[in-house]
Design a protein around this ligand. Structure first.
Ligand SMILES: NC(=O)c1ccc[n+]([C@@H]2O[C@H](COP(=O)([O-])OP(=O)(O)OC[C@H]3O[C@@H](n4cnc5c(N)ncnc54)[C@H](OP(=O)(O)O)[C@@H]3O)[C@@H](O)[C@H]2O)c1
Length: 277
């Protein structure tokens, strides 16, 4: 202190460093803020009656979002997910729609918007796997797998993007697979459909980066769901961490991608170390 009670130059430096640290801490607190920071956002998670989609829908609901649960056939399971999300005091509906059909997608998005408002967060999760030997795959098998996994991603994104672009805010998360990177244990039709999702991700991310819309992919491997448990070629020994992953471990990454406005065009690997980038 000088004679007038003012801090010395060293004291000022000390103080400004202290204030700077305080501001940085506040920023960190802001960035890392959890609980319900997605409050007011509307999320559509395709294929969320079970498995990974279910875990993502619940995690988004827990993080504050209102959620539309989509399913193909299992209405009771979709209803159970809806009830679970409503326990967080969120608005939530389940809607049956085959996302590989353009008319169903049009109805799905219209109903979402009528019931909850414009869609801010889209998780393209719906998909099928049809484990087959490569020599046994028919044209019909190829068309089915590509339609459910890849065409669906295009159709729903196409329907939802105009609203996101108009509002200058949007998050798209695409569920690809380690199969896009290493071939995997299902078949070439599945691997190609999942690699196609990475192409869609890169195209949209590059074009939409300036418009407040991020588009990312997750490439999981051997997550403990019906898809994996029903595939005789899926073995824990394939995985360096020696276990199947949990749907909740994928959901954590999906929520991170939704919260983060600086990640776009990326593929996040959640694969127990099977493929290392
Ligand atoms: N599990 C893994 O290890 C793994 C690894 C890599 C990538 N993935 C990808 O992650 C996503 C989820 O996998 P999962 O293991 O959770 O699968 P899952 O347990 O088989 O669940 C699939 C979900 O997708 C829905 N679905 C399928 N086709 C649909 C369509 N045309 N329209 C609407 N909904 C449809 C199903 O609805 P219903 O319940 O009504 O049938 C169900 O909710 C898939 O895209 C999958 O390819 C999974």
């Amino acid at each position: 202190m000088d004679g007038r009670g003012w801090p010395s130059p060293r004291g000022w430096r000390h103080r400004s460093r202290f204030l700077c640290r305080l501001a940085t801490r506040d920023l960190r607190v802001c960035i890392l803020r959890r609980v319900d920071d997605l409050k007011g956002k509307v999320a559509l998670v395709t294929g969320s009656s079970r498995g990974i989609g279910r875990a993502i829908a619940i995690a988004l609901g827990e993080a504050g979002a209102d959620v539309v649960v989509n399913f193909l056939r299992r209405a009771a399971e979709a209803q159970a997910v809806e009830s679970e999300i409503r326990q967080f005091d969120r608005r939530c509906f389940n809607i049956q729609a085959n996302v590989s059909s353009a008319s169903d997608v049009e109805r799905l998005v219209r109903e979402c918007e009528e019931r909850l408002g414009a869609i801010d967060i889209l998780v393209n999760n719906a998909g099928i796997s049809r484990p087959q030997k490569m020599e046994e795959i028919s044209e019909r098998d190829w068309d089915d797998v590509v339609a459910h996994n890849l065409k669906s991603c295009f159709l729903v994104t196409q329907a939802v993007l105009p609203g996101m672009r108009a509002r200058h805010w949007g998050r798209v998360v695409n569920l690809s697979s380690v199969a896009a990177q290493v071939g995997g244990v299902v078949g070439p039709h599945y691997a190609a459909s999942k690699a196609g999702m990475l192409g869609l991700t890169h195209y949209y991310a590059a074009r939409l980066a300036k418009e407040g819309v991020t588009v990312n992919a997750i490439a999981p491997a051997l997550i403990e769901t019906e898809m994996v448990l029903s595939n005789p070629n899926a073995r824990r020994e394939n995985i360096p961490v020696c276990r199947f992953g949990l749907p909740e471990e994928v959901a954590q990454v999906a929520v991170m991608l939704v919260r983060n406005g600086y990640m776009t065009g990326q593929t996040v690997n959640v694969n127990g170390g099977w493929f290392m980038s």
